[in-house]
Design a protein around this ligand. Structure first.
Ligand code: GLU
Length: 505
């Protein structure tokens, strides 16, 4: 058999913001497609108009674009297998519904929601299947003329798949191996609803995977229970030869490991579960996003890549190219992956260190502006270089480094008590004179000059350094003192020392 071209799809339903688990599914599809020089398709599965949420489709596209997960085909990308929005493919599905009906592999059912409700009340654990379908109102029971008449009179109906009981159905999963499910546990799922002329998810999904020549279906574990039905549909439609290979990814679990990760866990523990901020169009409620929380897209991608897949060694930092070559479905785990959001912060920290200072400065400048600070790029670059090691987020640079941009207005009281000695004012006044004559004012030379002066006076080094730091920073923090003086420059350093002398003496 000739090898098929790898074609994968990410097929979200636009029912709300894309969950971080969905992002991981998209990422794994992307890695797999790139690795095999295949195609990556974006298909929007919007056949359930009840659950349609305006803005969700755009949100999905924007999110994946922010993360650098690229598509070759699909909604907003074009391609030869379109349209890629299922609501625009109505006519395509009808033909296959008719085929299944003609082949006796599906049937028409007229049971109203009320009738179904009543039956559920009468029969314990009711399931619409081989054991019950002959007691229901459908084309298996009703005479053909009656079926014709009901349709003609405009009664709404659904088409259900006819599943034969007691057959072991095999789903060959690239992560889980041979998953066997007995057909008796399946119900005769609805494939089509006359009310809107639309197929349900199951039929549309299979028809489209077939017509779009999808070679691999890589999706979340929550779809595994549907897979036997999908296998049956492939068989019923005569498409077994080209049935895609399945891979069901492990669940993302709560940080504590008990149960599925939900938005509530994020709210409870203070981390986003969505890539971008999302405003609910109905309630106006805002959910936080990774982007707005200050994560770099590369960090999010790297973090997600390792939630369910491992490279087989202890490498953790992967460029996207490394990920593409290292990824493999056989190294995906079957058991759920704990969502360790602290690890997410760690990745952000790592990626901040990897970024050049220029790029970080460009990200930091808007934050400075938000605090009313205008500063030139070269200076911001220098400060970022000094301080980035200390932060997990660019935003945190402000907490760490504000004093480089704004002179202290006040001095930390506790530190004043402990570190400002009776002789500090006169010593710093002397230091001001020493600094005036210090040229060049760079780290090495200033340090050398100041230390020589301290030694000659036999002053305690610690006392002078602590008082100087207090004067320049306002608090007992910051990098090496002479990095601070160099960055601030002679004039500003002296002015801050002078100000502290005036206020604290
Ligand atoms: N529309 C489904 C979803 O929202 C697609 C599942 C699949 O990939 O088959 O995830």
């Amino acid at each position: 058999m000739t090898q098929r071209k790898v074609r994968v799809r990410f097929a979200p339903s636009p029912t709300g913001p894309l969950h971080i688990g969905g992002v991981r599914t998209a990422l794994y599809n992307y890695l797999f497609a790139r690795q095999h020089s295949g195609d990556m398709i974006l298909r929007i599965e919007d056949t359930d108009s009840q659950r349609f949420v305006p803005g969700a489709e755009k949100y999905i596209i924007d999110s994946l674009s922010w993360l650098g997960i690229r598509f070759d085909e699909g909604v907003s990308f074009g391609g030869e297998y379109g349209p890629y929005r299922q609501s625009e493919r109505k006519d395509i599905y009808k033909k296959y519904v008719d085929q299944l009906l003609n082949d006796g592999l599906a049937y028409i059912a007229f049971d109203t929601p009320e009738e179904l409700e009543r039956t559920r009340g009468e029969i314990a654990n009711f399931q619409y299947d081989a054991s019950t379908r002959l007691q229901m109102r459908n084309s298996l029971v009703l005479p053909a003329e009656e079926v014709e008449r009901l349709i003609h009179e405009g009664h709404t109906y659904v088409v259900r798949i006819k599943i034969e009981p007691n057959e072991d159905i095999h789903v060959l999963d690239l992560i889980r191996g041979d998953v066997v499910i007995n057909s008796s546990v399946l119900d005769d799922k609805v494939l089509y609803k006359s009310v809107d002329g639309l197929p349900t998810y199951h039929l549309a999904n299979i028809v489209d995977d077939h017509l779009m020549e999808v070679s691999h279906v890589i999706r979340g574990e929550e779809w595994l229970p549907s897979a036997p039905l999908h296998v049956l549909l492939y068989r019923y439609l005569g498409w077994m030869e080209t049935m895609p290979r399945f891979a069901h990814l492990p669940l993302l679990l709560k940080p504590e490991g008990n149960g599925k990760l939900s938005k509530r866990d994020g709210d409870r523990l203070g981390f986003p579960v969505f890539p971008l901020e999302w405003q609910d169009p109905k309630t106006g409620d805002i959910s936080s996003g990774y982007r707005e929380s200050g994560y770099l897209p590369e960090a999010v991608v790297n973090f997600l890549a390792l939630l369910g897949w491992n490279p087989g060694n202890d490498q953790e930092i992967f460029s996207i190219e490394d990920m593409i070559s290292a990824f493999s479905l056989s190294h995906c785990s079957k058991s759920g992956a704990k969502f360790d959001y602290e690890k997410g912060k760690w990745f952000n920290h790592q990626y901040i260190q990897l970024k050049d200072n220029r790029t970080l400065a460009e990200l930091f400048i808007p934050i400075l502006q938000k605090h009313g600070v205008e500063s030139d790029l070269a200076y911001v670059e220098k400060i970022v270089g000094l301080m980035k090691e200390r932060v997990n987020f660019v935003e945190e640079l402000w907490d760490q480094a504000a004093f480089f941009f704004v002179a202290p207005e006040s001095y930390d009281e506790k530190t004043v008590k402990k570190r400002w000695k009776p002789e500090s004012a006169s010593q710093l006044a002397e230091l001001v004179e020493v600094l005036k004559g210090c040229e060049p004012f760079d780290v090495e030379h200033t340090e050398e000059t100041v230390k020589a002066w301290i030694e000659s006076k036999e002053y305690p080094l610690g006392n002078i350094m602590n008082a100087t730091r207090l004067a320049l920073v306002g608090a007992p923090k910051g990098p090496h003192i002479f990095n601070i003086t160099e960055a601030l420059g002679k004039e500003e350093t002296i002015s801050r020392l002078q100000k502290a002398i005036d206020i604290l003496q």
